[in-house]
Design a protein around this ligand. Sequence first.
Ligand SMILES: [Zn+2]
Length: 391
Amino acid sequence: MGLPLRRIALVVSLSLSVSPAQHMTEDANRVQASVLGVDSHNDTVQHIMYDNADIGHRLSDGTIDIPRLREGGIHVPFFALLVPTYYKGSETVRRTLDFRDVIQTVLDKYPDQIELATSAQDIERIVRQKKVAAVLTVEGGHQIDNDLAVLRMYRRMGILSMTLTHFRSNDWADSSTGKAEHNGLTEFGKEVVREMNRIGMIVDISHVSDKTFYDVLRVTTKPVIASHSSCRSLSDIPRNMSDEMLRALAQNGGVVGMNFGAPFLNQKDAEELKQEIARRNALEPNLTGAELDEFAAKQYARQGESHPRVGNATVEDAAACIDHIVRVAGIEHVGIGSDFDGVQMVPRGLEDVSKMPNLTALLLKRGYSEEDIKKIMGGNFLRVVREVVGK
Ligand SMILES: [Zn+2]
């Protein structure tokens, strides 16, 4: 019994040629292996803190660990030390130190795999040595407890950037998802920005209100970043950036790291995020110390960020967002700010950090050159680190 002729032709063609899809994957893997690989925001320190996750090994939960960072070509993850905004006063400082300590245990346990980077040169050297260059950030200006000395000590502890607000407005800056209490930045808020400029700490405007953003741009003498925001034109949420903001950021020489959270990329997923932020902003536990930390651990478990669901958004939406930022702000002003381990919904095709080559494949398909992709995947952020933090 012979095979029908058409079937034979198909078998022959499959065995003789490499499919176009396979070529795409090979190209994407080759390009992704050549990039610096900066991701300007993840919340993995929470996963380590609350779930005792050992990121030296491939984990069955969460979206980031060292093996998957390597697989995805991300060698310079920015680890955010995030203290929820229901922590008050000096409790925010105590808790920031707890998180700083937790990431230190990882650095101490795996010195041959991961090292703290506190300059542009550090980043380049550590990556050349085939290790992960860990950059530390603080996510929320409330964590300095209105004290510039605390800010300066964070910088001395190797923290290179601070997001000015989190979900709520603090005493000196309005958040995009909090009450408009100050009409942007207060005088002290402006002092914080100037001090960050002076001590070589990157100002991060993700999470701040539009007015705060424009106030920051008037004060800062250095480029700023939006470490994990996407495009309002694709998903109209306050956490994303309007085209006008993207153009202003480009004028400042800054970079936006595109957020991979599904609600940030596709309007169909946005409603759930709005409800979640409102729920978190309503939390007012009247607790301190270990009891407050216990409350925070329960909240983290409830949020489910270590087991994110797949939303309506896809890796195509992520490529479209990059395309949009490039069209509006230019190729020098876009990067990756995944928000992995800090979002409840991820896009299909970008389920964890190991899937980064899928995005690179789509960028190649859209006509981006290898040089362009190197800028998006790290070159642009390295420039800001060099300009603000120093060599
Ligand atoms: Zn955030």
